[in-house]
Design a protein around this ligand. Structure first.
Ligand SMILES: *Cc1c(COP(=O)(O)O)cnc(C)c1O
Length: 373
């Protein structure tokens, strides 16, 4: 990350990147709600040539992920654009524990005969190495959703690959502050900016980042043809959210570590899955690969699905809602969603926000103690 030739830490980059720099310019990147531009040099039509607001967000995330970014209307639009790059009849390898939308996208393509899908366990490194030699698209997610299993990205990225194949990593749960997939050898890193970059649960946007100029051009072309363009307001809000991302992540992550440890000794709680806990099956690789263990905790509630549902009803500060990465703590029972058959019935996924640690613990502890087990 370099600003005017000067190397910056990610925390400074998040604040300084993508800002106007000419005398008389506004300090902040303007929100530009424009479909078309005056003809001459530069921008022509937003769907084709983008807008200054998207460009600023792309510059910020590109620098953060050590590549160049293309912004889309959502994280799923970004993933779909990447999946469109594989040839007909392709083989696609995805994790068994994977973002629900990506699982759906892969099955939809398989049902329509577009591609064959291999479902691999996140931590089965040998299976990923084998798949890398024959798959056209290797799609990893680490830590995975919602089981929080960590893949050995560096080893998998170093494996011999089928020529022309693409290896992508969904970096949403880790964030570019905790994990740098391109530095680890991936071709592509994907962020749902809906989550930590936006950080306020008020927008949908996604970005694909790569160092491969040819792939970058193809992704921009797909965005133009499919019309999967980000919104003016959304990219403006994502930029504004990104300014405080390092602080938000540090606070939420510190709280998540405390809550995970306390949950592990709580009488109404079974297995706690958090990559930072020494008991976590992939803790060792998490410690080596991640700059921080993230803000998501998955834990089993004693007493089954009904007890878990009642915990969700009984918290006040922690809101009963899906999604993650916001300033507000949210919690839900993932197995209540379709396509989550591998997830334990009584498992809750908690996305820790930036509220006070002790207030959050009191809320959680009270809900666990008052729910029926
Ligand atoms: C939310 C999410 C997505 C999809 O992003 P949207 O912005 O909702 O389309 C993809 N992967 C992961 C891990 C996510 O959490």
């Amino acid at each position: 990350m370099k600003l005017d030739g000067e190397s910056l830490d990610a925390k400074s980059w998040l604040v300084a990147a993508g800002r106007p720099s000419e005398p008389g310019d506004p300090l902040n990147t303007p929100l530009v709600p424009a479909s078309n531009f005056l003809l001459g040099e530069g921008a022509v039509y937003a769907r084709e040539t983008g807008t200054p607001t998207w460009a600023a967000l792309e510059a910020l995330v590109g620098g953060l992920e050590s590549g160049k970014s293309v912004a889309f209307s959502s994280g799923m639009a970004a993933v779909a654009a990447l999946f469109q790059q594989v040839p007909a009849g392709a083989t696609i390898a995805i994790p068994r524990d994977c973002y629900q939308g990506v699982l759906g996208l892969a099955s939809d393509g398989a049902e329509r005969g577009l591609w064959d899908v291999l479902h691999l366990e996140v931590d089965d490194t040998a299976a990923w190495i084998d798949a890398a030699s024959r798959a056209d698209l290797i799609w990893l997610e680490s830590p995975s959703n919602p089981m929080l299993t960590v893949a050995d990205l560096e080893t998998i990225c170093a494996a011999p690959r089928k020529p022309g194949s693409i290896l992508g990593v969904d970096n949403t749960f880790a964030t570019p502050l905790n994990q740098q997939p391109l530095e680890l050898g991936a071709d592509v890193s994907m962020q749902s900016a809906t989550k930590f970059i936006g950080g306020h649960s008020d927008l949908l946007t996604g970005l694909v980042t790569t160092r491969d100029e040819e792939l970058l051009g193809r992704l921009q072309n797909t965005r133009m043809l499919a019309g999967a363009t980000p919104g003016a307001l959304e990219t403006y809000l994502a930029l504004r959210g990104a300014r405080t991302m390092a602080l938000r992540l540090a606070q939420a992550q510190a709280t998540a570590e405390v809550l995970a440890r306390r949950l592990e000794t709580h009488g109404a709680v079974g297995i706690v899955r958090y990559p930072g806990l020494p008991s976590h099956p992939t803790h060792e690789i998490a410690a080596a690969q991640l700059g921080g263990y993230g803000t998501i905790i998955s834990f089993d509630v004693a007493g089954g699905a009904a007890a878990a549902d009642s915990v969700c009803q009984n918290t006040r500060l922690i809101r009963h809602a899906t999604s993650l990465g916001g300033v507000d703590s949210t919690m839900e029972r993932r197995a209540a969603n379709p396509g989550q058959e591998h997830v334990p019935e009584s498992m809750l996924r908690l996305s820790v926000g930036i509220e006070d640690t002790e207030d959050l613990w009191r809320d959680l502890d009270r809900a666990l103690n008052t729910s029926d087990h």
